[in-house]
Design a protein around this ligand. Structure first.
Ligand code: ADP
Length: 479
């Protein structure tokens, strides 16, 4: 076009993601009038916004009152109507939003054109709401079928005008067999997959953990130096080497996410002077070498712990146990798993990510409990706990670092109690999601949920892990 130069924004997709918590995506709902497009789309939009993700519904009837006012229902006008909706959806999605379009869009050509317009800027899902015409006519929410069958509406889709069933829809919603909520959940899961890309995310976390495990073992099997941090905790060259490989990997692959690590200053601030990660769209919470004392004592009970949190909850986690060649991992809603660290994991990630054969679960013991206690930190509260509850405890397992959480997640141990303000978020984030996804509860000492990615990373009120609520011990007199 002559004399027109589109102006490019300076704000990147990643900048927008930090604000909107959504990557550009359009759900294009097609189906007969009364099939359920608006009902589902509106509930889906609310659910997304309620969960902290920018979402916007573009309804075919609504745009006809403004943007597309003046267009009728001839094939040309219908095509132009859909073209305008597609261009609008593209702009709104580009602003970093989940867009849900409701438009009968009766022909495949118009839907394909919408996909063509939108896909350079956003992911596109053709969603077929497959309700048969008889059911739509029975529902008749707007009284249109009655009029159409009486011949009062010319060219009414499904009655006197054709509807082309989608050839290869990305999603099919069956509103006869599935409730509104069930249909909304299908869309929501797809939207969250677009926002967080769980398979990609977990694989990159596994790669980082595998690289870190290699870096740590090289040092473990050779010579290393120990120095002491300001709080007198030990630091080895392995802590630093592990931190380097993990953070470099994440900074390259996920520039949109922030990092909270034991081994770095939490110094990155936003324009208000607040730690940037508090208002970001995702933070990796990293302990590059959890259990430095175990490393120095050479008992193999040290881990690499990585959590990923957004909206102040841990959503994904990996825990590598380098000396045992093991990797535990979990993703919110998808379970917890255990696998061996393979030679190509640092390059390729995990071969079969959500393999039911590798899924782990907590035990169902509620008596004769196997309680884990710290290998390196004995304390008087734990001693009192063991004494008061001795009738219910079958075994005390000592284990270092977040290996305790792994043992509970796989049912080898049942419960763990940790008093005091010693542990930091990076000590617990990875095992928290692992334990929860394996079926445990993971809370502070009062049973309150832990808020992740806080300004102050100290777990001030301790934490406890229970395989079953009934496994809770008597702690009334323990201060
Ligand atoms: P459309 O936007 O496709 O024209 P509407 O959402 O306006 O359709 O109307 C669908 C009607 O079907 C509503 O009255 C809604 O309550 C009803 N309905 C019944 N079951 C479902 C379902 N599982 N999903 C969506 N709508 C349903």
């Amino acid at each position: 076009m002559a004399n027109i130069t589109p102006y490019l924004s300076r704000v990147t997709r990643q900048d927008r993601l930090r604000i909107s918590h959504s990557r550009p995506v359009v759900f294009w709902m097609t189906g007969l009038s009364g099939s359920g497009k608006s009902t589902i789309a509106s509930a889906f939009e609310s659910l997304c916004v309620g969960a902290g993700h920018a979402a916007f519904m573009l309804d075919g009837d609504t745009v006809r009152t403004g943007l597309c006012a003046g267009l009728g229902f001839s094939p040309e006008d219908r095509a132009e109507n859909l073209r305008r909706i597609a261009e609008t959806a593209k702009i709104v999605a580009s602003s970093g939003q989940i867009v849900v379009v409701c438009a009968i869009s009766p022909d495949q050509q118009s839907r394909d054109r919408a996909r063509e317009i939108i896909t350079p800027a956003a992911d596109f899902f053709e969603v077929y709401v497959s309700t048969p015409v008889e059911e739509c006519a029975r529902r008749d929410p707007k009284g249109l079928y009655k009029k159409a069958y009486a011949g009062e509406i010319p060219a009414f889709t499904g009655v006197s005008a054709p509807y082309e069933v989608p050839e290869k829809p990305d999603i099919v919603l069956d509103t006869v067999s599935d409730s509104v909520d069930a249909c909304v959940k299908i869309l929501f899961d797809a939207a969250m997959d677009c926002a967080y890309r769980p398979v990609f995310l977990l694989n990159e976390m596994a790669k980082a953990a595998a690289m870190a495990a290699t870096a740590i073992l090289e040092i473990y099997n050779g010579q290393y130096e120990v120095s002491f941090k300001d709080d007198t905790s030990p630091l080895t060259t392995a802590d630093t080497a592990s931190n380097k490989v993990i953070t470099e990997h994440f900074r390259t692959v996920f520039p949109e996410y922030d990092i909270l690590t034991e081994e770095e200053d939490d110094g990155d601030r936003d324009t208000h002077g607040i730690p940037k990660r508090l208002n970001g769209c995702g933070t990796f919470i990293i302990d590059p070498l959890d259990g430095t004392k175990e490393f120095i004592n050479r008992n193999g009970e040290f881990c690499v712990s990585i959590g990923f949190a957004d909206h102040h909850r841990v959503m994904a986690g990996v825990v590598a146990v380098p000396a045992r060649g093991l990797l535990y991992y979990a993703y919110e809603g998808r379970g917890a798993y255990k696998t061996t660290i393979t030679a190509d994991m640092a390059e390729k990630g995990i071969a079969s990510l959500f393999d039911p054969a590798e899924q782990i679960h907590v035990s169902d013991r509620v008596n004769g409990l196997r309680i884990t206690a710290s290998r390196s930190h004995g304390d008087k509260q734990t001693e009192a706990l063991l004494e008061i509850n001795k009738d219910r405890i079958g075994d005390v397992l000592t284990a270092g670092s977040c290996l305790k959480g792994c043992l509970i997640a796989e049912g080898e141990a049942d419960i763990h109690y940790r008093w005091g303000a010693f542990m930091k978020e990076w000590d617990t984030a990875g095992m928290e999601i692992l334990c929860k996804e394996a079926g445990a509860s993971f809370t502070d000492m009062n049973g309150a949920p832990l808020c992740a990615n806080r300004a102050d990373p100290v777990n001030r009120n301790g934490f406890r892990i229970l395989n079953r609520p009934e496994a809770a011990l008597d702690t009334d007199d323990i201060k």
